[in-house]
Design a protein around this ligand. Structure first.
Ligand SMILES: [Zn+2]
Length: 76
């Protein structure tokens, strides 16, 4: 337990600077990227369309990320 909270933590994708849930980040050749970047890279590499639905679903908003940062009190 406690893992769910961690997975719902919002992080910023270093690739596109968009917020993503920590639990939804994908590993891509030693980088941690959001679902959008993962799919874009997959399609680029394979020259095919990514047709599975596992990368769908709600994305966190920047407002949610900012609210989380304030709650955390990390003083960024
Ligand atoms: Zn991204």
């Amino acid at each position: 337990m406690g893992n769910t909270e961690q997975n719902k933590k919002i992080v910023i994708c270093k690739n596109c600077n968009k917020p993503e849930y920590w639990g939804e980040m994908r590993w891509l050749s030693s980088h941690c990227t959001c679902r959008n970047c993962y799919r874009a890279n997959w399609e680029h590499e394979t020259k095919k369309l990514y047709t599975w639905g596992d990368l769908d679903g709600p994305r966190p908003t920047l407002a949610e990320y900012e609210a989380q940062q304030q709650e955390g009190g990390e003083g960024v």
